[in-house]
Design a protein around this ligand. Structure first.
Ligand code: NAP
Ligand code: GLV
Length: 310
C-alpha cells in the first residue's frame, strides 16, 4: 500500500491522520518512526526532519513541507535532487503573520516597550505621542506572506513601503527592489519588518551595516528566520540607540538557550516561533489537493525553486 510519512517534533499528527484517512483513504498515513516499508513511501509531510532522513525512501515522489519556509530542508545536502519540494502557500499563515507584524508595529509606535519598563519601576510618566503618519513601516520580502502584512498595516493607516528581489507593483504602496533599492528603502523605514526567506543571499542580512542605514532609533520585527539576524550586531545597535527595540520570533538557535542575552534584554521582546503556526484545519486542503494532483500525474502547486532557495 502506498504511504505518506509525517515527521515533525512540533506539530501534532492526530488531526492530519484524521484528514488523510477521510480524504485519501487509499494512502497509509504513517508517523515517524513507524514508517512501515520504506519502499511504499511516495510522499513525506515534514517539518525539520534530520539531515539524511529522506534518503531512506527509494520511491519518493514529493516532499511536502508543513511550513512556508524550506531553508531547513534545502540545507540538507543529501535531499534527493529529483524529488520536488513543495511548500505551504499561505495555508492560514498569512493572516497570523500579518497580525503579528501589525502587533509589533503598534507595540513600538505606541511606546509599549517604554511603558513596560516604567511599569516595572512603578513610574507614572507620559511619553511624547507620535503621529501615525510619521511611522513608516518597511516590509522586507513581498511574497505570499509579506504582502498580507503590508495590506493589514496599510489598513491601520501607517505609511508602508516594501522591498523584494524583483520589482513589484503593489498599487499605492511604494516598493523597492534588489541591492540598488535597499538604501532608499532603509533610509525611510522606522519599523523594519522581515518577511524574507532564508537563502545564501539573505543569510545575515540584518547586520550592523544594515542597521546603520536605518534612521536612528528604529525598530525591528523579525518573523522570518533567526539566520537573517547577526545577533551581536543587534545587541550593539540596541546598546548605542541606533535600534530602539526589537520583537523577535525566530532565532539562530531554537529553542532560544536559557542563558541567551535576548531573554533579559529590556528592549527585546521574545516569542517562541509562533508568528505563524501551521494549523491542520487551515493548511490541509492545499496539501490534500497537491497529493491528488501528484496521484493524477499533475504538478503540485508551490514547488520550491531550489536554485533560488525559496
Ligand atoms: P515567498 O512567497 O517565497 O516570498 C519571499 C519574498 O522575499 C519575495 O518577495 C522575494 O522576492 C523576497 N526575496 C527573496 N530573496 C530576496 C533577496 N535576496 N533580496 C530581496 N528580496 C528577496 O515567502 P513567504 O511564503 O512569504 O514566506 C516568507 C518567510 O516567512 C518564509 O521563508 C519563512 O522563513 C518565514 N515564516 C516564518 C514563520 C514564523 O512563524 N515565524 C511562519 C511562516 C513563514 P521576489 O518576489 O522578487 O521573488
Ligand atoms: C514557519 O516558520 C514556516 O516557515 O512555516
Amino acid at each position: 500500500m502506498t504511504s505518506i510519512v509525517f515527521y515533525s517534533r512540533t506539530d501534532d499528527p492526530a488531526p492530519w491522520r484524521e484528514i488523510f484517512a477521510r480524504e485519501l483513504p487509499h494512502l497509509a498515513f504513517r508517523v515517524d518512526p513507524d514508517i512501515g516499508d520504506p519502499a511504499e513511501v511516495h510522499y513525506t509531510l515534514v517539518w525539520k526532519p534530520p539531515a539524511g532522513w529522506h534518503g531512506q525512501f527509494p520511491h519518493l515522489r514529493a516532499i511536502l513541507s508543513l511550513g512556508a519556509g524550506v531553508d531547513a530542508l534545502l540545507t540538507d545536502a543529501s535531499l534527493p535532487s529529483h524529488v520536488p519540494v513543495v511548500r505551504l502557500l499561505d495555508g492560514g499563515l498569512g493572516r497570523q503573520m500579518a497580525e503579528y507584524a501589525a502587533y509589533g508595529v503598534l507595540h513600538f509606535h505606541r511606546r509599549m516597550h517604554e511603558y513596560a519598563a516604567r511599569q516595572r519601576t512603578g513610574t507614572w510618566e507620559m511619553l511624547e505621542p507620535r503621529s501615525t503618519e510619521s511611522c513608516v513601516v518597511g516590509v522586507m520580502g513581498l511574497g505570499v506572506l509579506g504582502v498580507q502584512a503590508v495590506r493589514l498595516i496599510d489598513a491601520l493607516g501607517f505609511p508602508v513601503i516594501g522591498w523584494s528581489r524583483t520589482p513589484k507593483d503593489l498599487g499605492a504602496v511604494e516598493t523597492f527592489s534588489g541591492a540598488p533599492g535597499l538604501d532608499a528603502f532603509l533610509a525611510r523605514t522606522r519599523v523594519l519588518v522581515n518577511f524574507l526567506p532564508l537563502t545564501p543571499q539573505t543569510s545575515g542580512i540584518l547586520d550592523r551595516r544594515l542597521f546603520a542605514r536605518l534612521p536612528r532609533g528604529s525598530y525591528l520585527v523579525n518573523v522570518a528566520r533567526g539566520g537573517h539576524l547577526v545577533e551581536p550586531d543587534l545587541l550593539a545597535a540596541l546598546d548605542d540607540g541606533q535600534i530602539d527595540g526589537a520583537l523577535l520570533d525566530v532565532f539562530g538557535s531554537e529553542p532560544l538557550p536559557p542563558d541567551h542575552p535576548f531573554w533579559q534584554h529590556p528592549k527585546i521582546v521574545v516569542t517562541p516561533h509562533v508568528a505563524g503556526v501551521t494549523l491542520a484545519d487551515e493548511a490541509a486542503a492545499q496539501i490534500i489537493a497537491n497529493v491528488r494532483r501528484l496521484e493524477n500525474g499533475e504538478a503540485p502547486v508551490g514547488i520550491v525553486d531550489r536554485a533560488a532557495g525559496y
